[in-house]
Design a protein around this ligand. Sequence first.
Ligand SMILES: Nc1ncnc2c1ncn2[C@@H]1O[C@H](COP(=O)(O)OP(=O)(O)O)[C@@H](O)[C@H]1O
Ligand SMILES: [Mg+2]
Length: 142
Amino acid sequence: MEAKTTSPRQTQKIAQELGKTLKSGEVIALYGDLGVGKTVFVQGLAHGLGIKRRILSPTFVFMRSYPLILKGKPLTFYHLDLYRGQSMQDFKALGLDEIFEENSIVVLEWANKIKNILPKKRIDVFLKIIDEKTRAIEIKKY
Ligand SMILES: Nc1ncnc2c1ncn2[C@@H]1O[C@H](COP(=O)(O)OP(=O)(O)O)[C@@H](O)[C@H]1O
Ligand SMILES: [Mg+2]
């Protein structure tokens, strides 16, 4: 799926629609430069999943988790921002093996940093800045 948006609201709307289709165990990898709208996208995604809490950028803590009930089943929504991670050691310390599991939904900003350890079955979302308010969004499911 490819789209162009001209406001944060519109980007959230697309993310929200994707959020409504997510199932437990899914991994969503976000790619794109600083300020492109990855966190804006995650906010829409969380909204689509029915998460009411405000989604803050986890940049300084790497990861935030949110409890979620999906089709009556308790799950955890993990929001990671790998921007500040330098080494594989940093990423191993997050215990990714434990969060890429059946009862979680994981969304990662700067997913390219751990490209070689991302699960093969995932949804990739590529974001590009076209101009101040315009973003190109491409969603690919594997
Ligand atoms: N079409 C758009 N979609 C998403 N964000 C947009 C758009 N146009 C402008 N913006 C702005 O771009 C910024 C995106 O910030 P953010 O989501 O934190 O980026 P990232 O997490 O990728 O660094 C916000 O200030 C938002 O208002
Ligand atoms: Mg961000």
